[in-house]
Design a binder for this molecule. Structure first.
Ligand code: UDP
Length: 325
């Protein structure tokens, strides 16, 4: 099977590429390294089944050529990370909307299977826990930059489903819930690599707000396995799936857990949101997926608990050096 991964040098994309290559598939990736990193795929370069194109998905000519060669397209190229979204809203909106438009338009001409990566961010401020795929999306006002990400991803979802309904292009939408693991950078604001790097460096662990907000961390290996299974499942087409861990933890507890596991002397420091992001910043209080739908279809079940996940991320940073964030 030939597979194209847009954003294949990114955190999730590089793990997906690695797994597909291990399974003997031929993998093409396109990445402009805007948030991806060449180090993420260095170890794959020797594999003759691996083909890397350093370019943007706005290059329609190349994208058309690569989609033509592929049996399945995983569209992971996107502007992600709350910090990046708040600081570069134009880039976020344009990459996420125009990029997806290109991929869908070209894939539809050739009738290729497309998996579109969306985000749990689309549930916005909804308090209907756990979030089910059919639930209402509750987004904030347009003058608060953060919501542009949720909105751009929601539009991607509408587009993907419209291409299936109207043009018969087989699309599948996946909503990722706080995916974590080795190679994720804290540079764009993601909490776990930041906490682990801070703890290992003996710097303050920066909890934003009260730390009472909670998340369900999702192991990247589980995400990769799930998207691969969905991509080849006929009943997944035209559907939306949550992919997430179900163990909920407050950010405050996560900070202390990281401190424990890394055996760190770091202080846990509370920083007001307006200082961490921008004036008027709104956070999501809880984000818990219902995984009934994906469990029923492919038997999805998280394989690592939070302690296991944090330990693996700690091992990664100890081996590769911590980041300064
Ligand atoms: N967070 C934090 N300290 C940090 C980075 C993030 O307390 O150094 C918080 C952030 O405000 C949010 C949670 O951790 O409540 C998860 O943030 P992340 O950016 O990883 O993902 P999000 O769920 O917000 O998309």
């Amino acid at each position: 099977m030939k597979v194209l991964i847009t954003g294949g040098a990114g955190f999730i994309g590089s793990h997906l590429a690695e797994k597909l290559l291990n399974d003997g598939e031929e993998v093409y990736i396109i990445d402009d390294l805007s948030t991806g990193r060449v180090e993420n795929i260095e170890h794959l370069q020797q594999n003759p089944q691996f083909h890397y194109f350093f370019d943007t998905i706005m290059n329609r000519f190349l994208l058309a050529e690569l989609i033509d060669r592929a049996d399945i397209v995983f569209h992971l190229a996107a502007a992600v990370g709350v910090r990046l979204i708040v600081e570069s809203p134009v880039r976020t909106i344009e990459t996420n909307v125009k990029g997806t438009e290109h991929v869908l338009e070209l894939a539809s001409k050739k009738n290729k299977i497309v998996v579109i990566a969306s985000s749990s961010e689309v549930y916005g401020k909804s308090r209907q826990i756990p979030f089910r795929e059919v639930d209402d999306l509750v987004l904030g006002p347009t003058n608060i930059g953060r919501w542009s990400y949720a909105c751009s991803k929601a539009l991607d979802e509408f587009l993907a489903l419209a291409y299936w309904k109207e043009k018969g292009c087989p699309t599948i939408v996946v909503r990722f819930f706080n995916t974590v693991g080795p190679r994720q950078t804290g540079q764009y604001g993601m909490v776990l690599p930041r906490f682990v790097s801070q703890a290992l460096a003996g710097e303050p662990i920066t909890v934003y707000g009260t730390g009472e907000q909670s998340r369900c961390l999702t192991w990247v290996g589980d995400v990769v396995q799930a998207v691969m299974q969905l991509a080849t499942h006929p009943q997944a087409v035209g559907e939306i799936f949550n992919i997430g861990g179900t163990e909920e933890i407050t950010i405050r507890d996560l900070a202390f857990l990281v401190k424990d596991i890394t055996d760190s002397q770091s202080e846990v420091k509370f920083i007001p949101y307006e200082q961490a992001y921008e004036e008027g910043f709104e956070d999501m209080q809880r984000r818990v997926p219902s995984i009934d739908k994906i469990q029923k279809l492919i038997g999805f079940k998280p394989t690592l608990d939070i302690v296991g996940i944090v330990s693996k991320v700690k091992d990664y940073f100890q081996k590769n050096g911590v980041e300064s964030c």
